[in-house]
Design a protein around this ligand. Sequence first.
Ligand code: FES
Length: 120
Amino acid sequence: MSETDEDTPQRRYPRLKVCVNYRAGDVLPSCGAKGSRELAQSLQEEIAKRGDFITLETVHCLGKCHIGPTLKLLPYGPFLQRAQAADAACIADLLHTESYDTLEGKFSSPVDVEPPQRKP
Ligand code: FES
């Protein structure tokens, strides 16, 4: 461990996954079709402005397609749902200040949304 590592407090969630899966059409919903690619780009820029304090990873599906865009804090962190590119600065601020309760409150999973039924 370097001297710098010893001086830097460990963050609870050092990684953020953003689903950028895109499915065309309306048979199945997807985060990419709901703006997650633009969100990922804006988040990366806002995180960079704050010193790259968290690692953003783009992934293809986190299993919550019908309530996306879907983000997941790692390790063992909460899912964040339905953020858009316009929310990137707010999310980066809340992550940077480790205001996880506020972040979850703003982007929690909706409890009243049922997964869509497959069309015959
Ligand atoms: S398409 Fe994003 S969670 Fe499945």
